[in-house]
Write a protein that binds this ligand. Structure first.
Ligand SMILES: NC(=O)c1ccc[n+]([C@@H]2O[C@H](COP(=O)([O-])OP(=O)(O)OC[C@H]3O[C@@H](n4cnc5c(N)ncnc54)[C@H](OP(=O)(O)O)[C@@H]3O)[C@@H](O)[C@H]2O)c1
Length: 293
């Protein structure tokens, strides 16, 4: 039986993420070409079989799939401008993180050149790249994703296409990171609050984990509330929960901690209550979020 060779892949940008992406393609057996703006990066990849290109154009010409992953979209555009004439006929996958607006602009630029384009957002840290649990959001032409899905899955087993609009990968990225960073702040703030009373983080950690599990268990219900616009308050209500947050703000400020995030939560809850949602559940805080002062 003839074995079809795996698609060749180029990675433009060898920061810590670019190197991990190129390494995952190599591990999966893809002929891999690499390029970076400055010298001195990627020797380990070359030792593992990657080919180093001297220019972005040479790198692009080497492969049918071109991945760019640099610090931001200005940098990505600067690199792509140097290879624009070589891109048509290949799939360009932009795994640089930025906003949906920048992703749509980049997609329009690619479309004007006649280049197939997927935008993507890498949702995991470097050490997870190439593992079955790694998540990468992709958006843009479904047909392009379908054609190269197996190749793109070399980067992460949970890679998924979230829609034809090229801005959607960035939308999903923003949404889950909005949640993540606020929760990460809350976790550190909670530990800091305990520490003001001499309670070490390790003592609180098991209970923090239990609440993290509780949080996971309410995600689907909260999504349903937001999608339906109904916030049934039969089991909990915003007035009582806002009172809880008010105690927290007071306790944090009394101990000399920054309480700006908690105060922001309280302000949104109070605004929502003012709009008539005091007897609705916690999800109704969204009305305070949607109607900033
Ligand atoms: N690291 C992570 O854990 C992680 C996780 C998820 C998503 N991401 C995303 O992955 C992307 C890359 O992150 P990273 O961690 O690899 O960053 P990094 O280690 O700081 O590397 C930055 C890369 O961008 C290049 N670059 C910067 N300015 C440039 C310019 N004007 N022209 C050409 N190349 C330029 C750098 O080239 P030089 O070597 O020449 O400076 C380098 O290759 C970012 O969008 C980041 O948000 C990273």
């Amino acid at each position: 039986m003839t074995k079809h060779p795996l698609p060749s892949v180029t990675v433009l940008g060898l920061g810590s993420m670019g190197q991990a992406l190129a390494g995952a393609f190599l591990d999966a057996g893809h002929p891999t070409t690499i390029w970076n703006r400055s010298d001195g990066k990627g020797d380990g990849l070359v030792a593992r079989g990657a080919v180093r290109a001297a220019t972005p154009g040479e790198a692009v010409r080497a492969s049918e799939v071109v991945v760019v992953c640099v610090v931001d979209y200005d940098a990505a555009q600067a690199v792509l401008d140097r290879a624009a004439g070589d891109l048509p006929g290949r799939l360009l996958v932009n795994l640089t993180s930025d906003t949906p607006e920048r992703a749509r602009e980049a997609a329009a630029w690619a479309e004007a050149l006649g280049v197939d384009y997927l935008d993507g957002a890498v949702m995991v840290p470097v050490p997870m790249i190439g593992t079955p649990d790694a998540l990468v959001f992709h958006s843009g032409a479904r047909s392009a994703y379908d054609k190269y899905e197996t190749t793109l899955r070399a980067l992460g087993g949970q890679s998924t296409h979230v829609g034809e609009d090229p801005g959607l990968a960035a939308v999903y990225d923003l949404s889950v990171l909005d949640f993540f960073w606020t929760a990460m702040h809350g976790m550190v703030h909670g530990f800091a609050l305990a520490a003001t009373e001499g309670v070490p983080g390790a003592a609180v950690a098991p209970y923090m984990k239990a609440l993290a599990g509780l949080l996971a268990s309410v995600v689907d219900g909260t999504a349903e509330d937001l999608d339906s616009g109904e916030f049934p308050g039969d089991l909990d209500n915003l007035t009582v929960e806002a009172a809880n947050v008010r105690h927290l703000v007071r306790a944090a400020e009394h101990r000399g901690l920054d309480a700006a995030v908690l105060r922001g939560v309280l302000t949104a809850a109070d605004r929502s209550i003012g709009l008539g949602h005091g007897a609705d559940n916690w999800s109704s805080i969204v009305e305070g979020i949607r109607n900033p002062a």
